[in-house]
Design a protein around this ligand. Sequence first.
Ligand SMILES: [Zn+2]
Ligand SMILES: [Zn+2]
Length: 114
Amino acid sequence: MKQAGSIAIAIALIASSVWLYRHFSGDQRQSQDFPEGAHWLCLKCNQGFSLSLKEVNRWANSEPAAGYPCPKCKAVETTRAKKCPLPGCGKFYVERNLVIDDKVCCPVCKKPLP
Ligand SMILES: [Zn+2]
Ligand SMILES: [Zn+2]
């Protein structure tokens, strides 16, 4: 009976490592779905900017203590943002997406996102 117990633990360990592996490879696949990279917003001057994933990775590997430096005012008080893909808006925002009539909407122009 003792052995059956350790086999069960071994199976549980394998199952959780498979889950972890899938979880992390899923994350990587997701980030590749953003060809234009990551969007950021400067909290000092309100400048929105986009970085390629290569730039983000290089910055992340330098063990940053703060946000990515703003290209305009060089402040590091920056945060990850979203960018409205709609023509005529294209604004950067950090708010949650709005949900209007069950549609996910941009909080700036309040139009449904594609
Ligand atoms: Zn700035
Ligand atoms: Zn918008």
